[in-house]
Design a protein around this ligand. Sequence first.
Ligand code: ADP
Length: 377
Amino acid sequence: MIRIDSVTKRYPDGTVAVDRLSLEIPDRSITVFVGPSGCGKTTTLRMINRMVEPSAGTILLDGVDIQKQPVNTLRRSMGYVIQNAGLFQHRTIVDNIATVPRLLGWSKQRARTRAVELMERMGLDASLAKRYPYQLSGGQQQRVGVARALAADPPVLLMDEPFSAVDPVVRKGLQDELLRIQAELGKTIVFVTHDIDEAIKLGTMVAVMRTGGRLAQYAPPAELLTEPADSFVEDFLGTDRGIRRLSFFPSADLELLTSPIVAVDADAGKIAARSADVPHLLVTDLEGKPLGWGEPKDLTAGEIVPERLLSHGRPFVHGKDSLRAALDCAVLSPTGWAVGVDGTGRVVGVVSQQAIGEAIRLAHAHGRAEDDARAAG
Ligand code: ADP
């Protein structure tokens, strides 16, 4: 565990970048520092690996004051990733990743083997190993940056706006990758971003900082969304807090109906099964993949033209996706019903907006009860 205890950083010109900051960063989780530009996030991160020394206060790593540790030993226990990856331009990708192991005295062969293994883990094709950084896309370079930071298997990973310079699609991929790596490797990750959505997606704990280097709130993301500490945090979180919080509620508890589903042989145009007296029936092919919604009177007529069915929209994966995804699906559906599928895209059932609304109400009530229980100790 990293414990930041009443830490202040005053730069020589008098700027107070961080002001009496205290918090505990739990092991094997992602702690995100978020806030507007200039609020002291980078300074805080750099104090953890002693690239910046605090003016007052202490930082403890597993109970030991980091001031009392040789700085090289400390930094070796902490991978560091920055925006634009910060790769050595004159070294190949594999040599970039092998940098720290080589510094630690690993043989060239062992360091390279490790580098290739990490490339694979980061989803980088082995054919990129001999290239130079400028021959890679921004997203690929960022993956190399993460691989390089992981090379000597440090328990802690410090990441300073690592994904800020890539486009939104690549960025989402990198975020998903980071969550996967975290789940696999159980690193203690300290992550700096100015993007609140990124903080909410990645953070186990989120520290919202305000200008002047002060901590505004430190909480799990779902709690931030429900109970922002003050109007600064509320404004920083932005709109749709309630909707965004639904991302933390699983769709697994939704009760799906199977009666309004009919499977048809699309080629033959005949109904293979039919049921239920609801306004619309969801038509699937014989494999169970959704084709669209139709009115029962049209369906019983015999010929089914998939193109004439109403769109089923983008289904949600029951159990994997959140209530937010299910609600979105229902809101966009022309029938007001959301389609739930399994991991292979086969329909497992449908659910109405009303039923999702009821599940949301129950989830909120349950969340409140849990909060009350926590508050009561
Ligand atoms: P953030 O990462 O949240 O954008 P920083 O930690 O980079 O914030 O900076 C916090 C404050 O400290 C800012 O006002 C910045 O201008 C100031 N600052 C950062 N580095 C230095 C420095 N080396 N000397 C003087 N002021 C600095």
